[in-house]
Design a protein around this ligand. Structure first.
Ligand code: FES
Ligand code: FES
Length: 165
């Protein structure tokens, strides 16, 4: 076992972990933050996406011991002061159906909008290309991210198209 200290959503944790433990299991099982999902365990689906020192990563591809001394943000930390604009966007544009992919999509989109506050539709589609959704067909996810981008820029919010809700 190895002792690690990691800050998750602003709270510092010191834990004894098996060197083989994956970060996604540390998050879900040791810290009981089950908003981070496991869809494949093989780095394909993006359901396990979190932010590691501000960068979106698939937490099933990282060992827990590798995050010693680092900062992690999970979906549970997004709504600290009411819904995050991205969460509001997913709600307003029906950007989810079953919701399984949503936490990973949200965390990926956080980094996407931090790097590019005014992305084109193509840039959004490229930006979330590592996150799979089996339900929505992606159109409303793109609209959700456009909604959040507009809100975060202080622009007029896009009108929700009834065709897609
Ligand atoms: Fe990590 Fe699918 S569970 S990418
Ligand atoms: Fe079901 Fe995306 S909403 S997988």
């Amino acid at each position: 076992m190895k002792e690690i200290t990691v800050t998750v959503n602003g709270v510092e944790h010191t834990l004894e972990v098996d060197p083989r433990l994956l970060l996604v299991h540390l998050i879900r099982e040791n810290l009981s933050l089950t908003g981070t999902h496991i869809g494949c365990d093989t780095s394909n689906c993006g359901a396990c996406t979190i932010l590691l020192d501000g960068k979106s990563i698939k937490s099933c591809t990282v060992f827990a011991v590798q995050v010693n001394g680092k900062n992690i943000a999970t979906v549970e930390g997004l709504a600290a002061d009411g819904l995050h604009p991205l969460q509001e966007g997913f709600k307003e544009t029906h950007g989810l159906h079953c919701g399984f992919c949503t936490p990973g999509m949200l965390m990926r989109a956080v980094e996407l909008l931090e790097k590019n506050p005014n992305p084109t539709e193509e840039e959004i589609r490229w930006g979330i290309s590592g996150n799979l959704c089996r339900c929505t067909g992606y159109n409303n996810i793109v609209r959700a991210i456009q909604y959040a981008a507009a809100k975060m820029r202080g622009d007029e919010l896009p009108v929700t198209d009834p065709e897609f809700v």
